[in-house]
Design a protein around this ligand. Sequence first.
Ligand code: G
Ligand code: G
Ligand code: MN
Ligand code: NA
Length: 252
Amino acid sequence: IRLENLLSKAIDRNELEVYYQPQIDLVSNRPVSIEALLRWQRPGKGHTQPADFIPIAEESGLIIPIGAWVLIQACNFCRHLHSLGLEDIYVTVNISTKQVEQPNFIRTVEDILAETGLHPHQLELEITESLFMNSFDACIQKFNQLKAMGLRLALDDFGTGYSSLTYLRHLPIDTLKMDKDFLQELHTENFSIVEAIIRLAHILNIKVVAEGVEVPEHVSFLCNVLCDRAQGYLFCKPVSEQEVIDFLSQFQ
Ligand code: G
Ligand code: G
Ligand code: MN
Ligand code: NA
């Protein structure tokens, strides 16, 4: 309850900040997108990790205003990047099922795009598969609407929960984000599994982003299995707006 109270005031108190982590195209070796990752800076307490407060935000319903705030920040920042000449970069934002389940979710996204002036195609929403198990049909309908509006959709943490072919076949997704566990346990069996996942994704016209890319060996492996993009500490950790601008500008 205490943490929930503090979190409810965090937006007004300016304690929330959005960090960004670039995603690198493995063919061109250039950044194509950035993932927005929320940070909570508590006075005197340093950073509280998302893992420690996102669940509280979801249970309390605070994820609704916080999630909308993140979307606004991310869309505004992406517009700012474009004004700096980084026109090809799009932004990806993590969305909780709690948000998708809101009756006015689509309207909220529409309004934020209209207010910030970001083109729908420059915004990708990341959804975690394990989260929409309960409301699969309702979610699919909304995802189809978002696709029709021109947004991109990503399936996050693929391979952790109840990953299923059903999701891949029935969700209108553009991107599959392969969980970092795959690279961290890269023995022979995972090797083949990763290769098979990527081939399957490509058959379904889905791009694959590997998460947790930490060493050059990961990159050579990913190139071998024709993975499309990489995200991880090897390239850049999640960083502040200015730091990500500096990173992206190197490639201009
Ligand atoms: O850096 P990392 O610890 O940022 O993020 C951990 C997890 O927290 C991410 O995998 C993501 O699922 C979740 N997360 C980070 N930012 C957000 C956000 O803005 N909204 C939601 N719903 N989840 C987020
Ligand atoms: O939304 P999602 O689960 O995909 O968020 C990505 C998480 O992975 C964030 O917590 C981020 O800080 C973390 N992360 C990003 N790059 C790396 C990496 O190279 N290695 C590890 N172990 N974690 C990473
Ligand atoms: Mn994510
Ligand atoms: Na993930």
